[in-house]
Design a protein around this ligand. Structure first.
Ligand SMILES: *Cc1c(COP(=O)(O)O)cnc(C)c1O
Length: 380
């Protein structure tokens, strides 16, 4: 079945023996009764270990990435932490794209480093740099594509090939593209990861994360560690994410349509110095985006001439909410240097190219006319 159909139906099979609910019910029970002291009767014991609503969501999530297995976590970072705890040991090394989500960098630099895990950051747009950073103790290659906030891409297929030859797993944080526009596992990655807080839930009302993968042995390890550390998504959030995911295809098409309209408008505006959106033919990696993604998603960033101009512009927008996060139905706008990337040292921001005039947009699903009019007025 096609993506749109699976997003609606997977994990929502009616339980005809009981009620025939068309929607998976929210199973709030923290524990499950059994008839035989030696084994659980219906397969469930305790809700951290397994919960029917979370299981149903995981079936839907696996299906979205065309994966055999999925696990739902209490946040994107809980998913990342559990991956590291399950798959890495003291002395192991990660090669990571340097333009990473700030929270991921904080986890690597401030937490994993304390447990003897080291990270080399490379500009993964250049495959040779990834190959050059691999060491005998490299166990994981960590990619994000497109990246935040500069919308840079890396070649998943080529890099996963390099990692596999060296015995390292490739993890792709697929949050920005969503499974609707990019399928890392089909391109050779071992693990796809999402902050479901963003596009998959899509309504800015739940914090969660997930991983999808095909390898049964790695899946078992992750499941064991998820239960051992307790990094699970609640039944209510599992319901919200499943409900949001049903409209993922509809929303992503609209997010993309609006992002492209905004990118084209900004590209033609005299006060805008540069626009970063993989869907523009001016994007340096537009060809890779067309090859690797089935669409360009709803995130873009652009440069005004300086801090003063960016602040003045941001104080004038009305339809866009000035807020961190992304991927919800409402359009959001933010200033990476002062907001999402404020914790990245200034020297590092300079090196990456995150200027004080940079503004990031998460295009929502409102009517494009209203979004363009808001930007037009705020730029005046
Ligand atoms: C938000 C985000 C995360 C972290 O997810 P949380 O749900 O906030 O823990 C990781 N990666 C990317 C790309 C994100 O945007």
């Amino acid at each position: 079945m096609r993506f749109d159909t699976r997003a609606v139906h997977e994990g929502e099979e009616p339980d005809f023996a009981k009620s025939g609910d068309v929607v998976m019910p929210i199973h709030l029970s923290s524990t499950f009764a059994r008839k035989d002291v030696a084994k659980p009767t219906a397969g469930y014991e305790y809700s951290r270990t397994g919960n029917p609503t979370r299981d149903a969501l995981e079936r839907k999530l696996a299906s979205l990435e065309g994966a055999k297995h999925a696990l739902a976590f209490s946040s994107g970072l809980a998913a990342e932490t559990t991956l590291a705890l399950a798959l890495l040991n003291k002395g192991d090394h990660i090669v990571a794209f340097d333009d990473l989500y700030g929270g991921t960098r904080r986890l690597f630099d401030k937490v994993l480093s304390r447990f003897g895990i080291s990270v080399s950051y490379v500009d993964a747009r250049d495959i040779a740099r990834v190959a050059g950073a691999m060491r005998p103790e490299t166990r994981m290659v960590w990619l994000e594509t497109p990246t935040n906030p500069l919308l840079r891409l890396c070649d998943i297929r080529a890099i996963a090939g390099i990692a596999r030859k060296r015995g390292a797993l490739t993890v792709v944080d697929n949050t920005f593209a969503s499974p609707f526009f990019q399928q890392p596992l089909a391109l050779g990655a071992d693990i796809a990861l999402h902050s479901t807080t963003k596009y998959i839930n899509g309504h800015s009302d739940s914090v969660g994360g997930c991983v999808m993968l095909n390898d049964a042995r790695v899946h078992e390890k992750l499941r064991f560690h998820q239960n051992a550390v307790g990094a699970i998504l609640s039944p209510f959030d599992s319901f919200l994410v499943a409900r949001g995911a049903k409209t993922l295809a509809l929303r992503m098409r609209k997010h993309e349509e609006n992002a492209l309209a905004i990118a084209r408008f900004l590209e033609g505006h005299r006060k805008v110095r540069a626009v970063h959106y993989p869907g523009l033919s001016s994007h340096p990696q537009h060809a890779l985006a067309k090859r690797q993604m089935s669409g360009f998603s709803g995130m873009l960033s652009f440069e005004l001439s300086g801090l003063k101009e960016a602040k003045a512009f941001l104080s004038k927008v009305r339809v866009f909410a000035l807020a961190e996060s992304l991927g919800g139905v409402e359009s959001l706008i933010e200033h990476p240097a002062l907001m999402t990337h404020a914790s990245v040292p200034e020297s590092e921001r300079k090196k990456l190219g995150i200027s004080v005039g940079l503004v990031r947009i998460s295009a929502g699903i409102e009517h494009a006319d209203d979004l363009l009019a808001d930007l037009e007025r705020a730029l005046r």
